[in-house]
Design a protein around this ligand. Structure first.
Ligand code: IPE
Ligand code: IPE
Ligand code: MG
Length: 247
């Protein structure tokens, strides 16, 4: 009898992939260019990855674009990162609409400049009927901040007697997170050879398969995504039990 063939990456692409897109600064430094040059190339890598994820049948792609701690960077770099979000949406929104990509943005939004909040709202509204791939952009996002904001909303509901203390558990709490609507990431990739979460998806990554790659983000492409999926497919997920579980 023939051996079963290894499932193709398309057939076995995880439903939800989250990526910490790291290494733009080092990529630029290697080329003696300013860090912002690396961020610009990082946007190209994002465009390639969104397309590749769609091709591979991924349903949810969450990318870390700007953390609540990235405010510690020089003002010019922070402005450049905000400008790149503006540019990415201006350049790609029509294409995303046509290709069936639904855009959502998670993170703290109240303190963002009003034009950014408007750009985000517009991208979400224009793509709201799409359902091929959900592109979730974590912008001004921090896992601790997200959990604290969720706790605040929950506390307000308890204070107003809309929810009782007895009803609070992990499942009901998760409904207050920015990610309430989506399944947790099956795989979390971090590029650039750093082995930490840097405050990304602290709650949601509880059972994500972690894949760390040395590739610097501006070099990331479809082949790199397929390689990560190949690594994911070798993992056995147990979710605390004794037997493998295919979610
Ligand atoms: C990731 O690249 C992009 C953001 C954090 C916005 P970095 O800018 O962190 O690049 P490195 O880690 O300094 O190389
Ligand atoms: C995480 O990368 C944030 C993003 C990729 C947007 P950082 O480069 O900010 O993380 P640290 O500072 O190295 O932990
Ligand atoms: Mg970094």
């Amino acid at each position: 009898m023939a051996q079963p063939t290894h499932p193709s990456s398309t057939a076995s692409a995880p439903r939800h992939i989250a990526i910490i897109m790291d290494g733009n600064g080092r990529w630029a430094k290697q080329r003696s260019r300013p860090r912002t040059f690396g961020h610009g190339e990082g946007v190209e890598a994002l465009r390639r990855t969104v397309e590749a994820a769609g091709d591979l049948g991924v349903r949810y792609l969450t990318v870390f674009g700007f953390s609540t701690e990235n405010w510690r960077r020089p003002t010019e770099e922070v402005s450049a990162l905000f400008d790149l979000l503006r540019l990415y949406v201006a350049r790609d929104l029509d294409k995303l609409v046509k290709e069936g990509v639904r855009v959502r943005v998670i993170g703290e939004r109240a303190s963002l400049q009003s034009d950014i909040a408007q750009i985000i709202g517009n991208a979400e509204a224009k793509t709201r009927h799409n359902d091929k791939l959900n592109l979730i952009i974590a912008f001004n996002y921090g896992g601790q901040d997200e959990i604290a904001r969720a706790a605040k909303k929950l506390a307000a509901d308890v204070a107003a007697n809309r929810v009782s203390t007895a009803e609070v558990n992990a499942e009901s709490f998760a409904r207050y997170l920015d990610t309430a609507e989506w399944p947790a990431p099956d795989m979390l990739i971090r590029t650039s050879g750093e082995y930490r979460l840097s405050n990304f998806m602290l709650w949601q990554a509880a059972y994500s398969e972690l894949v760390f790659v040395d590739t610097l983000w501006p070099d990331f492409d479809k082949a790199a995504l397929e390689a990560a999926i190949g690594e994911y497919n070798k993992r056995e997920r147990r979710f605390g039990g004794t037997d493998p579980v295919v979610p």
